[in-house]
Design a protein around this ligand. Structure first.
Ligand code: GUN
Length: 291
């Protein structure tokens, strides 16, 4: 049996269509949503992500600013930019692309962002609101996108076993909180690189979310027959035969796992497009709340 492919591009397009409508309504009320994206340094993957976020804003009629600081930028310079954006009434969402260069204390930067503009959902106030299931906060875009993919594909989560592989603040932890939340109602296990017998833990999963950043870690024997598999990994692996010298692959060994899974997200074209779409949603939510 071959798994149903969960088409992230298609679901993201549905979310973006909702966004277009919401932007139109906000503009009729005199509010133009605005997003500022801050990039510190020259990491090539980050440059691609930042550019695609700005481009998507343009397509939806969301105002955007891209602020690029050199890879030698000081903590104070980044904090000054955040401070200015906190006070800028055209800007409703602020995102500082992760990871920054090593001299930057990322946690301190995140705490400096006005929580009402923290569309990444990384500020402690928004982390707390997610745990409290207070809907006024911002949910990190990638796990929010994963949940939306599961829902759009009709995957049952209520009372089911979910295993999240990865415990990052960007994906693993918020994903676990979403899956255990009211209305989603999964029984959740969070596994990680130190988990003993990871394969056995993963095999419990009716819903398996892989977010560890290890290429093709999740093999066929990690997956229960019929499970829904969400692959958050976007790994660059060297491939001399590829035009760019590398290819993208997920945390899941796609070909073999799709022979046992019930449904699966591809890489690319699965979770990736959802992250941007949910960022647009969060920016619109911020604009509604701040005005
Ligand atoms: N780097 C990888 N994913 C993300 C994200 O969702 N937000 C930010 N700010 N940086 C990232």
């Amino acid at each position: 049996m071959s798994a149903e492919i969960i088409d992230g591009k298609k679901v993201a397009e549905d979310v973006l269509e909702e966004c277009r409508q919401e932007v139109k309504e906000l503009k009729e009320g005199g509010v133009v949503p605005g997003l500022a994206v801050v990039l510190v340094g020259e990491d090539p993957a980050s440059q691609v992500y930042v550019n695609s976020k700005v481009k998507k804003c343009g397509e939806l009629g969301i105002y955007s600013e891209k602020i690029v600081l050199s890879k030698e930028a000081s903590q104070e310079e980044v904090l000054d930019v955040v401070e200015r954006l906190n006070g800028d009434s055209k800007i409703h969402g602020i995102l500082v692309q992760s990871p920054p260069p090593p001299q930057i204390d990322e946690e301190a930067i995140v705490r400096a962002i006005d929580p009402r503009k923290d569309v990444d959902g990384f500020h402690p106030e928004n982390v707390a609101k997610l745990a409290l299931e207070d809907g006024s906060g911002f949910v990190p875009c990638t796990p929010a996108g994963c949940l939306r993919l599961l829902q759009a594909s009709g995957v049952e989560t209520k009372g089911k076993e979910a295993v999240v592989v990865g415990r990052s603040m960007i994906v693993g932890k918020p994903m676990a909180l979403l899956l255990v939340g009211r209305g989603v109602d999964a029984t959740v296990t969070v596994a990680h690189s130190r988990t003993s017998d990871l394969a056995e833990v993963c095999r419990r999963a009716d819903v398996l979310v892989a977010a560890v950043g290890i290429p093709e870690l999740i093999k066929r024997d990690f997956v229960k027959e019929g499970a829904a598999v969400i692959d958050v990994g976007i790994n660059r692996v060297d491939d001399p035969s590829a035009k760019r010298g590398y290819r993208l692959c997920g945390d899941v060994a796609y070909d073999e796992v799709s022979e046992v899974a019930g449904s699966i997200t591809p890489v690319p074209g699965g979770v990736g497009p959802m992250t941007i779409a949910m960022l647009m949603k969060n920016t619109i939510k911020a604009a509604r709340q701040i005005g």
